[in-house]
Design a protein around this ligand. Structure first.
Ligand code: DGL
Length: 265
């Protein structure tokens, strides 16, 4: 048993949707969360640049004595998981395998859609996760540039975002998928709009809960869980503006966003 924190990171605030699931499932686990809001967004950036950022953040969290790393950003997980695992001798998990697993367990037809940032979809990481699962599923993937920006602007339900969703999701809807993976931290906030565009028969899957279950299993397997009587204190680091992080963080996560520190690269 150990009171060392779980390290969680994202390009910004979106990873707090994953952290919400983690805190709900493991309320006495302390977490140190790094949001790279100063270099946000990762989605449109080249993979080697995102890899470099992810390795830097991994080092910061390892210096904070993280006992396990959660890459809560799909764009980072799609390019950096192997390198992070090679660099650190603690368990490292991303959101892509858990998301794929949840979708495979949900889908009846085996026709699954995946949406994500340009970087995530271009990396082919979801297709690799599906291939590695050993199941016979067919993926239809679509990048959704613009979705993240709408969420960041606090707009999840306007006519404009509906029109964009109709256009970007048409290929996935036309492929007849019965399950859609929300392969980006921000997309759960657009679930209603995405659900409207996809139709009622399509089940939306986010990786947050499944990732939290995987963390719990890894902690148990490695005897890394916090003592049951401990009360968790969370720490937040941001490479951007502290006040903005605190304000928007409360929207993504809730009142747990209290102690926020600025990180200078
Ligand atoms: N966190 C990113 C992801 O899940 C979305 C935001 C960004 O583009 O950095 O892909």
């Amino acid at each position: 048993m150990t009171a060392r924190p779980i390290g969680v990171f994202d390009s910004g605030l979106g990873g707090l949707t994953v952290l919400r699931a983690l805190i709900d499932l493991l309320p006495n686990e302390p977490v140190v969360y790094f949001g790279d809001t100063g270099r946000f967004p990762y989605g449109p950036k080249p993979g080697d640049e995102v890899l470099k950022y992810a390795l830097q953040i991994g080092d910061v969290l390892a210096e904070r004595d993280a006992k396990l790393l959660v890459v809560a950003c799909n764009s980072a997980a799609s390019v950096a998981l192997d390198a992070l695992r090679a660099r650190h001798d603690i368990p490292v998990i991303g959101v892509i395998d858990p998301g794929m697993r949840a979708a495979i367990a949900t889908s009846r037809s085996g026709r699954i859609g995946v949406i994500g940032t340009v970087g995530t979809i271009a990396s082919g990481a979801y297709q690799r996760a599906a291939d590695a699962s050993g199941t016979d599923v067919t993926l239809t993937c679509a990048a959704c540039p613009g979705f993240v920006e709408f969420v960041e602007a606090g707009d999840v339900d306007s006519d404009q975002v509906h029109v964009l969703a109709e256009r970007l999701l048409a290929p996935v809807r036309d492929a007849g998928v019965d399950t859609l993976v929300l392969g980006c931290t921000h997309y759960p906030m657009l679930a209603r709009t995405i659900g409207d565009a996809m139709g009622r028969d399509v089940i939306l899957v986010s990786s947050a809960d499944e990732t939290a279950f995987e963390v719990r299993e890894l902690l148990a397997a490695g005897d890394l869980a916090a003592p049951p009587e401990s009360s968790a204190r969370h720490a937040f680091l941001t490479s951007g503006d502290v006040e903005t992080f605190r304000r928007l963080g409360a929207r993504f996560l809730g009142p747990e966003v209290a102690s926020v520190q600025r990180w200078e690269w």
